[in-house]
Design a protein. Structure first.
Length: 79
């Protein structure tokens, strides 16, 4: 799976969210593959890159995530 495939999946999932709601990157990974765990690191990396580029928001505990968040993150539409 290429970065472009993952980027498209992230954008599609975030576009489906109701305003003010978030999704877990693991849901995107589960939708893409039965063996989804190997997709988590690339998905997190791309999501963080996309947040820097202004495409999406990456949150941790309801606040914008830092550049190298530890623990769970959530993806949302850019506010």
């Amino acid at each position: 799976m290429t970065d472009d495939d993952l980027r498209g999946a992230i954008l599609a999932q975030v576009a489906r969210l109701r305003p003010g709601t978030t999704c877990c990157p693991s849901q995107i990974a589960r939708d893409l593959a039965t063996d989804w765990r190997p997709l988590m690191d690339p998905l997190r990396r791309l999501a963080l890159q996309m947040a820097v580029e202004g495409d999406i928001a990456v949150l941790q505990k309801g606040r914008p995530a830092g550049p190298d968040p530890r623990g769970p993150i959530r993806l949302a539409q850019r506010g």
